[in-house]
Ligand binder design. Structure first.
Ligand code: HMG
Length: 390
C-alpha cells in the first residue's frame, strides 16, 4: 500500500511588505535582501490572524465532505502556538467541522513539526488504511524590528491530507534523520520573539544537510541522478540554493541544470511569503508542483526538513499519475494576486499591535481581514474565532 499526500493547500495573510522598501528603511542595499538572502516579499499577519486561523484557512478550501468524515487524526505542527496546554489542532478540528470521532494534537520541534506529523500520519494510515490524517504546519516567524533576523520573518500555513493511495505524492520507504542538542535558534516560553545565532544556524543547517544526505544515499542506494528536484526547508530562499550547490556535481550536467531550474520553481512561493517555519518545506513542495507545469508523473522529489535545536530529516516521494488535476493552482494565484502591500510604518505598527499580555478581554475588528476564518477577540482568557464560511 502506498501512503502519502492526497491533498495540499496553503494560506498566507492578505498583507505583505516589499523587501526593497524594508532594506531602504533599514539603510541596507536592497540586493542584500533580494539576492543575498533571496526574498522579495514578506507576509505580515494582522492581529486577526494567529496560527490557528492560518492553518484553518489553509485547510478550508481543500477538504470536501468525505474528508471531513474520514479524517480521524489532526496533527498540528507549530512552534508559535496559542496555548501551552490545549492543542491548536482541537480548535481547527472544530472550525472545520470535522468528525468528532478523531484525535487532535499539536507537535513541536521548531520547523520540523510538520515532518514529524507526516511520519506519525504514515504510521496511522498503515494501521488504519481507510482513515485520513490532516497534517498542518502553521507559524508566524517573529524576530523583532531592526534585528538581524527581521528580513527572514513571514507567516502562513500549509495543510495536507495524508492517505492511502494518495493522488499527489507517494512517500517512499527510506528516511534519514538526526538530532543534536544545539542552541542555534530557540524561543523561551516568556518571549514572543525568537532568539537566534544567525551564522551558527546557517552552519548547522548545512552540516545537517551534508550528514543526512550522505546517510540517506547509503540507506536507500539512490544517487542525486535519481531525483527530479530537491525541496528544502526555506527560512530564506538562498539557503536551499546553497545546500543544493554543495551536492550538484554528483549529477551529470543535464540533471544539474534541471535540478537548478526546479529549485527556482520550488522557491517561488517562499520568496514571496518569507519563513513560515514548520510549513516552509511543504510550501516549497507546493511551489514546485504548481509552478513547474511539466513535471512528469513518476518523478522522484527529495525533501529536506530542518528544525533548529535541532532535528533534521531527508526523505523522498514520487509524483502520482494525474497529480496536476488535484492541485489548487488558481486559488493560490488569486491568493497572491489579491494581497495588499503595506508600508514599513504600517508593518511596524502591526508588528507591535499584539494581544494584551495580561489576558484582559479584547474585541478585534475583523472587517478589514478578507480571510474566511479570523480571530475576533479574547474573552475570559478564551480566544474567539469566527468562520464566515459557516
Ligand atoms: P546577516 O548578517 O544579515 O546577513 O544575516 P549576511 O551579512 O550573512 O548576508 C547575507 C548574504 O547576503 C551573504 O551572502 C552576503 O554576501 C549577501 P552569503 O555569503 O551568505 O552567500 N549580501 C549581498 N548580496 C548581494 N548584494 C549585496 C549584498 N550584501 C550582502 N549588496 C541571516 C543573515 C540569515 C543569518 C539572518 O537574517 C538571520 O539570523 N535569520 C534568522 C536565522 C535563519 O534564518 N537561519 C537559517 C538556518 S536555521 C533554520 O533554517 C531554522 C529556522 O527556520 C527556525 C526553526 O527551525 O524553527 C530559522
Amino acid at each position: 500500500m502506498q501512503i502519502g499526500i492526497d491533498k495540499i493547500g496553503f494560506f498566507a495573510p492578505h498583507l505583505y511588505l516589499d523587501m526593497n522598501k524594508l532594506a531602504e528603511a533599514r539603510n541596507i542595499e536592497p540586493e542584500k535582501f533580494t539576492i543575498g538572502i533571496g526574498q522579495e516579499k514578506m507576509a505580515v499577519p494582522p492581529i486577526t490572524q494567529d496560527t490557528v486561523t492560518l492553518a484553518a484557512n489553509a485547510a478550508l478550501n481543500i477538504l470536501d465532505e468525505e474528508d471531513k468524515q474520514r479524517i480521524d487524526f489532526v496533527i498540528f505542527g507549530t512552534e508559535s502556538g496559542v496555548d501551552h496546554s490545549k492543542s491548536a489542532g482541537v480548535y481547527v478540528h472544530r472550525l472545520l467541522g470535522l468528525n468528532p470521532d478523531a484525535r487532535a494534537i499539536e507537535v513541536k520541534q521548531a520547523c520540523y513539526g510538520a515532518t514529524a506529523g507526516i511520519q506519525m500520519a504514515k504510521g496511522h494510515i498503515a494501521l488504519n488504511p481507510d482513515s485520513r490524517v490532516l497534517v498542518l504546519g502553521s507559524d508566524i516567524a517573529r524576530y523583532g524590528l531592526e534585528t538581524g533576523g527581521e528580513a527572514t520573518q513571514g507567516a502562513g500555513a500549509v495543510a495536507m491530507v495524508i492517505s492511502a493511495d494518495p493522488k499527489i505524492l507517494a512517500i517512499e520507504e527510506h528516511h534519514a534523520y538526526r538530532t543534536n542538542d544545539i542552541m542555534d535558534f530557540w524561543r523561551p516560553i516568556y518571549s514572543d520573539k525568537a532568539f537566534v545565532d544567525g551564522k551558527f544556524s546557517n552552519e548547522q543547517y548545512m552540516a545537517f544537510f551534508e550528514n543526512i544526505w550522505n546517510q540517506y544515499k547509503e540507506k536507500s542506494g539512490l544517487t542525486l541522478g535519481d531525483f527530479e528536484a530537491i525541496c528544502y526547508h526555506l527560512p530564506y530562499t538562498k539557503i536551499g540554493l546553497k545546500a543544493l550547490r554543495t551536492i550538484l556535481t554528483e549529477a551529470d550536467e543535464d540533471k544539474q541544470e534541471r535540478l537548478q531550474t526546479n529549485y527556482k520553481a520550488s522557491s517561488q512561493y517562499n520568496r514571496n511569503v518569507g519563513n513560515i517555519y514548520t510549513g516552509s518545506l511543504y510550501l516549497s513542495l507546493l511551489s514546485l508542483i504548481e509552478q513547474k507545469k511539466d513535471l512528469p508523473a513518476g518523478a522522484r522529489i527529495g525533501l529536506f526538513s530542518y528544525g533548529s535545536g535541532a532535528v533534521g530529516e531527508f526523505f523522498s516521494g514520487v509524483l502520482q499519475p494525474g497529480f496536476q488535476e488535484h492541485l489548487h493552482v488558481q486559488q493560490h494565484e488569486e491568493l497572491f494576486a489579491s494581497r495588499k502591500e503595506i508600508s514599513v510604518a504600517e508593518y511596524e505598527e502591526i508588528f507591535q499591535n499584539t494581544l494584551p499580555a495580561d489576558g484582559s478581554d479584547i474585541e478585534l475588528n475583523t472587517q478589514d481581514d478578507p480571510a474566511a476564518i479570523c480571530l475576533s477577540g479574547v474573552k475570559d482568557h478564551m480566544r474567539q474565532y469566527t468562520n464566515r464560511a459557516d
